[in-house]
Design a protein around this ligand. Structure first.
Ligand SMILES: C[S@@+](CC[C@H](N)C(=O)[O-])C[C@H]1O[C@@H](n2cnc3c(N)ncnc32)[C@H](O)[C@@H]1O
Length: 260
């Protein structure tokens, strides 16, 4: 795949190290609502580096992931290595390149289809959810979780400082981030919401280097040198010893697909 067309592959390592595990409280909420247990067939759309897949697999689910970024799928293969075949070969068929709009599985193939921090990248969010409905069994669950609006996130303090330093205009919040945004989208796709809300996601960084790397991943060295002091100054209220603790929030919705 052309690296220029695959920006998430370029930042996959940094993403996996600093960001991929922090939504665990929302995975837990979704699993409880959907009743995930041994044998539940789970698809993660925009699975990234696969930490959520591993978490669901550890609870007995049979997991599959899809992502357009090959670099992300390579990391996901280390989290959920797949089955050994009769000749000792390892199948990675449960991890497939693809995207929200065109999922590479047949209809009604999963019991629970999730998208964590990925639906905002779909070209058309409603079409994307309809495609999720197609691959989910009738009466099965679909769950989406995304960043809440800026005012809910400690991270916004750091992002605003970086934007000011770069003379960038603040970006308005996607409607998906606000209360009721996901519920409305689910209704439009014919998914009956059974649970929705907001979850606190504490985020810990060990030291200044980790914080800088996590906030400025994907930036070139010159930009990092300029922005590092900006990030560290803005993060001072969140300092705990040598490290940092920020609390961000995700909104989520879990719904059931139609049975007729
Ligand atoms: C912010 S990361 C989140 C990854 C993972 N879900 C997590 O929570 O760590 C967004 C992911 O969405 C993927 N992505 C981008 N566009 C997509 C699309 N149209 N359909 C599905 N996934 C997409 C990216 O490749 C990336 O892995």
């Amino acid at each position: 795949m052309d690296e220029e067309l695959d920006p998430w592959s370029e930042v996959a390592d940094a993403w996996s190290r600093y960001w991929a595990g922090f939504p665990e409280p929302v995975w837990s909420q979704i699993a409880a609502t959907a009743g995930v247990g041994p044998g539940t067939r789970v698809l993660d759309i925009g699975c990234g580096s696969g930490q959520a897949l591993r978490w669901f697999a550890e609870r007995g689910a049979s997991v599959a992931g899809v992502d357009p970024a090959i670099g992300m799928l390579q990391l996901a293969a280390a989290q959920v290595p797949g089955m050994l075949g009769p000749l000792g070969e390892r199948s990675t068929d449960h991890l497939r390149p693809g995207d929200w709009e065109d999922l590479p599985w047949p209809a009604a193939h999963f019991d629970l289809t999730i998208g964590i921090n990925s639906l905002q990248f779909a070209e058309d969010q409603l079409d994307a959810l309809r495609e999720a409905v197609r691959v989910t069994a009738p009466g099965g669950h679909i769950a989406v979780a995304n960043w809440a609006e800026e005012s809910q996130n400690d991270l916004a303090v750091l992002e605003s400082a970086v934007q000011r330093a770069m003379d960038d205009e603040p970006t308005p919040d996607d409607p998906l981030r606000h209360a009721g945004g996901l519920d409305q989208l689910f209704a439009g796709a014919g998914i009956a919401v059974v649970d929705s809300g907001i979850v606190d996601l504490p985020w810990f960084l060990d030291n200044e280097d980790a914080l800088t790397a996590a906030i400025l991943f994907g930036e070139d060295d010159e930009t990092v040198a300029i922005l590092r002091p900006v990030v560290l100054e803005a993060a001072e209220p969140f300092r705990v010893g040598d490290g940092y603790r920020l609390v961000n929030r995700f909104r989520y919705a879990v719904g059931r697909t139609p049975t007729d």
